[in-house]
Design a binder for this molecule. Structure first.
Ligand code: NAD
Length: 464
């Protein structure tokens, strides 16, 4: 049955390959209608799944999707236009172009942490590029998955957009099918499985993965402002954000002072006593018991290895609650410094010289993002030029992804490929080379067989 679905989608995509930009614009319009007409149901489903605060649902799921949609609609005509490229002397008289063509049927596999945004954002790029798509949301956010199924089935024919719900077995079954592109967002560990399982079909592959994104704060930073931005970015969605600051690197001189400021900031956002924090409507829950338990393990391991608890540390397994937690004196060999945390625990490390930070980062898998709070040009340049990461962001956290002119994606263990705006359109398109020979093409016969010394001489001259 799934195979039939993919075949129907491929045939649909083939027929719509010649669609004009108006038609693609209209498909995006349908998505926009879906999002605007069902905003409150979407927010409710997200709240059901992990008590996602209403404001966060609007600001991190629906609003960025509407922005992405409108940006694609505005630029679609320009993106779709074939682009003339220059011609070398050897091909005098010919014309060459590049033209983006749709790929066919795409499989979009999404995680649970921003279950609407991370499902629909790649879908926007897929539709803008003229494809059909099968979407597989995460089984860990069941209310949102069910709602996406209901809404996308209501607004689109299954030949164009279909939702298949389920867990790893469903993904494994889908990966056996002849998709033209597989777009996966999730953990690095599962990313490896996806790459392996999709290999026999040889689809184009995008992997948007995770990892440990460091945040560096040096003595020249505006500490109050840095704390506002770091605490917001770390504890948004209860730390379950792929580009959340995973751990902090603070320069020795300001280390104690900055910890006080971070603590005060945490209290300002979520409350100053345990009960207030726990009942805060601005703080989400962990997605499920398995992940709450995993975070409890990270915390216990760090504390058992002499980390000091600055604030937080409370875990309620029944409510999937982990308090916003700051840890100091963390042993870099403990689990919390070697696994992606993906929860509201922030370990703090110290450094003397910026070179130490460069070595520390380069000794580990390439992060999705590096954040740097500094006004020291030398330090900023050093981190920017001597380390590798998907994104490098100075004096702010996470907001760079709101610029649709920037690609979003990782490098090495944090991902393969990118999307958003034009980069998403390119990811879901094939850039076809088009060559049109002119009358001088006849001259090419000078290099056709039978070969002789004159022709060899000519080739040597052409080689310069
Ligand atoms: P996950 O890798 O466990 O799951 C992602 C998807 O893969 C889900 O749809 C799931 O059903 C499927 N899946 C899980 N195990 C599978 C298996 N063995 N075989 C086939 N399919 C399988 O990730 P998650 O827990 O849902 O999300 C958290 C992870 O995603 C974090 O590592 C985070 O950093 C990363 N992430 C990355 C980005 C990004 O844009 N780079 C965005 C969000 C999350």
């Amino acid at each position: 049955m799934l195979e039939q679905l993919v075949l129907r989608q491929k045939s649909f995509a083939q027929h719509s390959r010649t669609e004009s930009w108006h038609q693609r614009f209209d498909h995006l319009e349908v998505l926009e209608k879906l999002l605007t007409e069902h905003q409150s149901e979407i927010c409710k489903a997200l709240h059901h799944d992990f008590k996602k605060p209403h404001l966060e649902s609007l600001s991190t799921e629906i609003m960025p999707l509407l922005k992405e949609l409108r940006f694609a609609q505005k630029n679609l005509k320009k993106w779709m236009k074939p682009k003339r490229v220059s011609t070398p002397f050897l091909l005098f008289g010919s014309k060459s172009y590049t033209r983006y063509e749709s790929l066919g049927s795409c499989l979009i596999i999404s995680p649970w942490n921003y279950p609407v945004y991370l499902t629909i954002a790649p879908l926007i790029s897929a539709l803008a590029a003229g494809n059909s798509a099968v979407v597989k949301p995460s089984e860990y956010a069941p209310h949102t998955s069910r709602l996406l199924h209901a809404l996308l089935s209501k607004y689109f024919k299954s030949e164009q957009v279909a939702v298949v719900e389920g867990g790893p077995e469903t993904t494994t079954a889908l990966l056996k099918l002849p998709f033209d592109h597989v777009f996966f967002t999730g953990s690095t560990e599962v990313g490896r499985i996806i790459m392996q399982q999709s290999a026999p079909q040889l689809p184009r592959l995008t992997l948007e993965l995770g990892g440990k994104s460091p945040t560096i704060v040096d003595t020249t930073a505006d500490l109050k402002l840095a704390a506002q931005k770091i605490i917001w970015a770390k504890f948004l969605n209860a730390g379950q954000t792929c580009i959340a600051p995973d751990y902090l690197f603070v320069q020795e001189h300001i280390h104690q002072e900055f910890i006080h400021i971070l603590k005060a900031q945490l209290e300002e956002y979520y409350g100053s006593n345990k009960n207030e924090v726990k009942s805060s409507h601005s703080f989400a829950r962990i997605i499920n018991a398995k992940h709450t338990y995993r975070l409890k393990g990270l915390l216990e391991d760090a504390l058992a290895n002499r980390a000091s608890l600055i604030v937080g540390g409370e875990v309620d397994l029944e409510q999937n609650y982990v308090a916003p937690t700051l840890l100091d004196d963390v042993d870099v060999h403990t689990k919390v410094m070697n696994e992606e945390i993906f929860g509201p625990i922030l370990p703090i490390l110290k450094f003397k010289e910026i070179t130490e930070v460069v070595h520390f980062i380069n000794d580990r898998p390439k992060p999705l993002t590096i954040y740097m709070y500094s006004h020291a040009r030398h330090n900023i340049q050093k981190i920017m030029k001597e380390t590798s990461s998907g994104t490098f962001s100075v004096n702010d956290s996470m907001v760079s992804m709101m610029n649709p002119n920037l690609p979003f994606g990782g490098v090495g263990a944090s991902g393969l490929g990118s999307y958003h705006g034009l980069y998403g359109f390119e990811t879901f398109s094939h850039k076809k080379a088009i060559f049109m020979q002119g009358p001088f093409g006849r001259l090419m016969k000078l290099i056709y067989p039978p070969y002789n010394a004159k022709k060899v001489d000519l080739i040597k001259k052409l080689m310069g």
